[in-house]
Design a protein around this ligand. Structure first.
Ligand SMILES: C[S@@+](CC[C@H](N)C(=O)[O-])C[C@H]1O[C@@H](n2cnc3c(N)ncnc32)[C@H](O)[C@@H]1O
Length: 277
C-alpha cells in the first residue's frame, strides 16, 4: 500500500486492500509492530467491556476485517458489521461463515453519507472517527450514528481523545508526517460537545494507553527518516527485534494502570460511552 498525496477519508479507506496473508491482519493496518501492540491492548479492553454487548443489537461502524464484531457475535450479540470498504466486509463475512456465527451480518456503509435502516442498542467504533478528518463529514457521521440509536441505547467509542493540549501537539506532529493514515486528534471535550449537540449524555470514559508517550517516542526513535517511519509502521512480525518485543511488553504493563483515576485522562486513546435520553 503506497501513501496517497492528499488524504481523503473516502478515497483512502475505500481503496485499501485486505492483506493477502489473512492470518496477519486482525485490525486494519495491523501488520506493523505498533499496530500489533494496539491490537493486544484493545483486545484486553474489549474483553473487559463485553457485558455492554451481550444479548444486544449492535452496529459496528468501520469494522475493518471484523475482529471486534466477531468478538461481540461470539458473545451472544446480534451484530451488523459495516465498513466503507467492500473488501473488508467480505473478509468479515467469510470469517463469520467459517465460525458459523449466524448472528453476524455485514453491509457496506459510509457513515458520513448514510445510515442503516434499523436502530441499535449499541453502536461501536474503534479508530474510525479519528480518521474522518473533515469536520463537516465528522459531524455527519456523528449525526447518522445518533439517528441509528434506539431510545436508551449507548454509543461506545475507542478513539484518540487526549486532553486538549496533547491533542494540539499531536496534530502538529501529524500534519508534518502526512501520508500514513491521516488522523484528526480530537479531545475528549470535543467528543462531549458534539454528542451533546445531538442530544446524547456523556456516561463515562476509560483510559487505554497510558504509556503512549513512551511507545510513540520509541516508535519515532526507531525510525530516523520519514522513509523508516513508514517501514516501522508497516513491518511484519518477522522483522521485530527482541528489544522491540520486550519494550512493548513493558508498555503493555504500564497500560494496565491506564484506568487509574488520577492519570486516566492522560491516555491517548479512550473508551468513551454516551447514552440516549
Ligand atoms: C483504522 S481502521 C479500524 C478498523 C477496525 N475498527 C479495527 O479496530 O480493527 C478504520 C476503519 O474505518 C473504516 N472507515 C473509514 N472511513 C469510514 C466511513 N466514512 N464509513 C465507514 N467506515 C469507514 C475503514 O475502511 C477501516 O476499516
Amino acid at each position: 500500500m503506497g501513501p496517497i498525496k492528499e488524504y481523503s477519508n473516502r478515497e483512502y479507506w475505500r481503496e485499501l486492500d485486505v492483506e493477502e496473508d489473512e492470518s496477519r491482519w486482525d485490525i486494519v493496518g495491523s501488520r506493523g509492530l505498533y499496530f500489533n501492540y494496539y491490537k493486544e491492548l484493545f483486545e484486553k479492553k474489549l474483553n473487559s467491556l463485553l457485558d455492554y454487548f451481550k444479548n444486544k443489537k449492535v452496529l459496528e461502524v468501520g469494522c475493518g476485517k471484523g475482529k471486534w464484531s466477531l468478538l461481540f457475535a461470539r458473545n451472544q450479540a446480534e451484530v451488523l458489521a459495516t465498513d466503507i470498504n467492500p473488501n473488508m466486509v467480505k473478509f468479515c463475512k467469510k470469517q463469520a461463515k467459517k465460525e458459523n456465527l449466524a448472528g453476524l451480518k455485514v453491509a457496506v456503509l459510509d457513515i458520513t453519507r448514510e445510515r442503516p435502516k434499523e436502530k441499535y442498542d449499541v453502536i461501536f467504533t474503534s479508530t474510525v472517527l479519528q480518521h474522518i478528518c473533515e469536520e463537516d463529514m465528522f459531524e455527519c457521521a456523528i449525526r447518522n450514528m445518533v439517528l441509528s440509536l434506539k431510545s436508551r441505547g449507548k454509543i461506545i467509542l475507542i478513539e484518540t481523545a487526549a486532553p486538549r493540549p496533547i491533542s494540539r501537539l499531536l496534530q502538529k506532529i501529524a500534519d508534518k508526517t502526512k501520508g500514513i493514515q491521516d488522523c484528526s486528534y480530537r479531545s475528549l471535550s470535543s467528543y462531549k460537545k458534539i454528542f451533546r449537540k445531538y442530544g446524547l449524555k456523556f456516561v463515562s470514559f476509560q483510559g487505554v494507553d497510558l504509556s503512549f508517550p513512551l511507545s510513540y517516542g520509541y516508535m519515532i526513535a526507531r525510525s530516523r527518516s520519514k522513509k523508516n517511519w513508514k517501514k516501522f509502521f508497516y513491518q511484519t512480525r518477522h522483522t521485530q527485534t527482541r528489544a522491540d518485543k520486550l519494550l512493548y511488553r513493558l508498555f503493555l504493563l504500564i497500560d494496565t494502570f491506564s484506568d487509574v483515576f488520577l492519570v486516566r485522562n492522560l491516555s491517548l486513546h479512550k473508551v468513551m460511552i454516551f447514552r440516549e435520553g
